[in-house]
Ligand binder design. Structure first.
Ligand SMILES: Cc1cc2nc3c(=O)[nH]c(=O)nc-3n(C[C@H](O)[C@H](O)[C@H](O)COP(=O)(O)OP(=O)(O)OC[C@H]3O[C@@H](n4cnc5c(N)ncnc54)[C@H](O)[C@@H]3O)c2cc1C
Length: 618
């Protein structure tokens, strides 16, 4: 019963065992919810959605800020530690949600399409002619209801994903705007405006409704009302792990999928048949694993595990891309940060504000504004953005060469994963590489679908990524220092970043265990040197300690014209198999300079149309 439970029509693996459906969708995250919703608009077809997690809709999972913290929402969040030999053997935390809605149940709700130049690069440079800006733009519009920009013709107003720009919750925002302008950045209130400049300081859209509640993919596309209204032809089966695909090796046609209860230790499997198509939407980590378990993947790897080869495909699980982030932080007054919620009175007040009015700090994302820039257009001597670079314009967002390669997210709290800093209140300048060169991969460790994969994270594995990261960090330090001089009425020194006491940081991050009798070092009080005074070595040393994933995993089953180089064609059909498509973040040919939820939904929207078109013709 609300608010503690839900009468969502969730089915179990046993309920669907032995049944046949027109379409079987594997994974109910951002992509899976879009696809199940769009395909089930037609009441004459039957659609089955198979999701590993559950609905678990509760009060905390609806509160925007609190639901970003998995401990609060109670959702199943997988935490995977990846060993990083390239960086002091640190363990990198990767996580994602297993729930109806996938990671959109815990994400920061930021809705960014990416600049048109990203998609023009897919079409012009990678040859994917059907995926240029002109082709993808209508699908971004179709899914959104941009209530924050009611008159904008370039935004959608009839889709299910409501987006707003909640009031800025803190007093520092105008001063950041001043600092950004001083660094040469234009200020825009919509980063999804295709006419906005490629580089700038942008206010962000957040997927939050007018009552201050999170709009996840589940809420937008497969709400309880939708699921109940469509029970005759839409089945949502939760708590189910898809172990592998059933493919006829002679005809190369997909027949169905093998499934089991989530977390089950025995080998007992259930089976569902697909009359028309199976669509994989298990995400950039999950989808390649299902393919490999089914015999589609790199030959050597499948042979090592004794998996019979159905389709050799060297790109499956390769080319893993992700955005890489390094925090630099300024000390600011507690009331200007999320740290203020550590005070129980403030927390209770904010909770009541949300509960009765849908307003206040809890009704927003942790991030309200950001900066996108191109490092080649940042002048080394002044650390300011130029409007042209080598005689070429650097602002036209349609041009692939102008796509931003860095983002500086503005986050009013400390931003080291797994570490809570309670002794200072911090404002983070999160320096993020959004067009990295590095690539990683995903491999199975066993054939058991419940066993975790081995993830070789791309993070700074390619030396070419260090140069833009150094520039991003210097640029963010310059921004932080300009902010402190902008008229902001409080001291705001940069205290965490290159040039800080690394021994203190090592203790803080837990790399260095304290010896008996050794004093805990205090820190976070000394102001950092100016951006001009930090050496490359100091930046690299800091980066190796403080870097983290921005959790935008992508490209592990990339789209390509060529089967030897990719996994799906331009209509998202898996090369060599009939009736199998992929529609999640794994198919991006290259990661966009954007937070990846909206681009993933765009891909899934297109996939639904490809499928409808295919079967209309038949
Ligand atoms: C903490 C966090 C914050 C983020 N913040 C933002 C943000 O603010 N803005 C933004 O644009 N993006 C953000 N992202 C990224 C964004 O949420 C993802 O890009 C998006 O959810 C990817 O969608 P997807 O459908 O590819 O995968 P997911 O949403 O991960 O969905 C995959 C689903 O498949 C299911 N699944 C996997 N394997 C199986 C199996 N074998 N059987 C059955 N089901 C299976 C999983 O349980 C999951 O529900 C964030 C991500 C995280 C983790």
């Amino acid at each position: 019963m609300w608010p503690f439970g839900s009468s969502y029509p969730e089915r179990t693996p046993e309920d669907v065992d032995g049944k046949i459906y027109d379409y079987v969708i594997v994974g109910g995250g951002a992509a899976g919810c879009v696809l199940a919703s769009r395909l089930s608009e037609d009441p004459t077809v039957s659609v089955l959605l198979l999701e590993k997690g559950f609905v678990k809709d509760n009060l905390f999972s609806r509160i925007p800020l609190l639901s970003q913290n998995p401990m609060m929402s109670g959702l199943q969040v997988v935490k995977h530690l990846s060993q990083m030999p390239s960086a002091l053997n640190r363990k990198l935390s990767l996580f994602w949600a297993e729930a109806l809605g996938g990671s959109t149940r815990i994400n920061a709700m930021l809705l960014t399409r990416g600049p048109p130049g990203n998609y023009n690069e897919w079409s012009q440079d990678l040859g994917l002619k059907d995926w240029g800006w002109e082709s993808v733009e209508p699908y971004f519009r179709k899914s959104e209801n941009a209530i924050g920009h009611p008159d904008a013709k370039y935004r959608g107003h009839h889709g299910p994903v409501e987006t707003r720009q909640p009031a800025y919750p803190f007093s520092f925002h105008p001063y950041i705007e001043i600092a950004a302008r001083r660094l040469g950045l234009p200020v825009h209130d919509d980063c999804n405006d295709p006419d906005a400049s490629a580089q700038g300081y942008f206010r962000l859209d957040q997927a939050i409704d007018s009552n201050g509640r999170r709009i996840s993919a589940y809420k937008a596309w497969l709400s309880k009302e939708t699921a109940i209204a469509r029970t005759s032809h839409l089945t949502v089966c939760t708590g189910v792990t898809v172990s592998k695909l059933d493919i006829d090796t002679k005809t190369r046609k997909i027949l169905g999928v093998q499934i089991r209860r989530r977390g089950q230790t025995s080998n007992r499997e259930c089976y569902v048949q697909a009359r028309r198509e199976v669509v994989l939407c298990a995400g950039a980590i999950g989808t390649p694993q299902i393919l490999m378990r089914s015999g589609i993947g790199p030959k050597d790897h499948l042979q090592q595990l004794g998996i019979p080869i159905v389709q050799e495909s060297s790109a499956v699980g390769n080319n893993l891309m992700d955005h890489v982030a390094v925090p630099v932080m300024s000390r600011v007054p507690t009331r200007d940060t999320i740290h203020s919620l550590y005070n129980p009175f403030v927390f209770i007040w904010q909770f009541l504000l949300w509960l009765f009015f849908g307003r206040g700090l809890l009704s927003t994302s942790s991030t309200s504004s950001t900066i996108f820039a191109r490092t080649t257009a940042i002048d080394d001597a002044t650390m300011q953005v130029q409007t042209s670079c080598n005689g070429k314009d650097a602002m036209d967002s349609m041009q692939p060469h102008n796509a931003p390669d860095i983002e500086v997210m503005i986050i009013p709290v400390e931003s080291y994963f797994d570490v809570y800093i309670t002794e200072h209140s911090l404002l983070t300048w999160l320096c993020t590489l959004v067009q990295p060169f590095s690539r990683g991969n995903i491999r199975l460790t066993t054939t058991n679908p419940e066993h975790p994969p081995e993830i070789t994270h791309p993070l700074l594995r390619d030396e070419r990524d260090f140069q833009p990261m150094r520039k991003a960090i210097r640029f963010a330090m310059h921004l932080g220092q300009e902010f402190a001089r902008s008229g902001y009425p409080h001291p705001a020194p940069l205290v965490y970043g290159p040039g800080m006491d690394l021994e203190y940081l090592d203790q803080r991050l837990g790399f260095m265990k304290l010896l008996p009798n050794q004093q805990k070092k205090s820190g976070g009080t000394t102001e950092l040197p100016g951006w001009q005074d930090v050496s490359d070595e100091a930046i690299d040393e800091y980066t190796k300690r403080a870097y983290q994933s921005a959790l935008h995993y992508a490209c592990t089953c990339r789209m390509s014209l060529d089967a030897s180089d990719g996994v799906v064609d331009q209509e998202l059909r898996v090369f060599g198999i009939i009736g199998l498509r992929i529609a999640d973040a794994s198919v991006f040919p290259k990661i966009p300079s954007a937070h990846t939820m909206a681009p993933t939904m765009m891909v899934a929207e297109r996939c639904a149309d490809f499928i409808k078109e295919t079967w209309r013709e038949k």
